[in-house]
Design a protein around this ligand. Sequence first.
Ligand SMILES: Nc1ncnc2c1ncn2[C@@H]1O[C@H](COP(=O)(O)OP(=O)(O)O)[C@@H](O)[C@H]1O
Ligand SMILES: [Mg+2]
Length: 273
Amino acid sequence: MTTEPVPGAAPAAATADASGDVLRAEHITKRFGAVTALHDVNLHLGQGEVLGLLGDNGAGKSTLIKIMCGFQPPTSGRIILEGQEITLKSVDQARSLGIDTVYQDLALINELTVYHNMFLNRERTRWSLLSNRSMRRTAQEQLDRIGVNIPSVDAEVAKLSGGQRQAIAVARAVTSSAKVLLLDEPLAAMGAKEGAMILELIKDLKAQGQVSIIMIMHNYGQALEICDRINLLQHGEITFDKLAKDTSVQELNDIVIEEYRRALAEQQRQKSA
Ligand SMILES: Nc1ncnc2c1ncn2[C@@H]1O[C@H](COP(=O)(O)OP(=O)(O)O)[C@@H](O)[C@H]1O
Ligand SMILES: [Mg+2]
């Protein structure tokens, strides 16, 4: 149990390296047995930048996030945080270095209340007692500020909807003092209203310029609205890297349609072979 960092604490901006990057993944390859999920991936994240990571199902997006947050090691390649190579051994270690993550497959504890989940692994203590009153109050304030609507911070997480759970996981991450946030499809389980709130929240964070964000998304329109830059991952390789202002929904659609055409052609070729 730790007392630091507490949610709502002012985040310290990360130090960028000489090229302005906070986080770099260099030559990352990941194999699961015969499956190569990632092949020589190079990705970089600038200080204060919001990077959208797009790509088809199975492209390797979640695998890349899980490597950068310490959940699993790469088969080969390096992770550089603030100019220093790091070897991540666990998600907790990554968090202590300032990398906080919201997984696609959520990491909330169903049996605990909303506010205990908000403070998971960073519980507030006071003379070594859990300071429930303080955590409840802060959790409520943060959710109010963000606009997340839940019946009560005392509610058990198991009783909430998928979208509400997702909103709490995102709220927990964005109110941490992380330097880097990795969000794997944060809008996936959400309704339009909750999704819009999260987008607003990320815009606010961006305006403050303290935190750098990688966000996996599916909606190109939303991605172009919120992100500074877009990377496209196809079959384990980054095939596209452009500033959001230099691309369009049309261009992204065309690339993906081309990918479908090629997959179809390949299928037909195999059938007739
Ligand atoms: N733990 C694992 N064991 C075996 N294969 C995996 C594992 N995790 C992911 N994969 C495979 O790696 C590829 C990329 O998966 P993933 O990163 O989840 O894609 P995305 O998030 O882009 O949909 C898929 O072929 C998937 O089946
Ligand atoms: Mg995924």
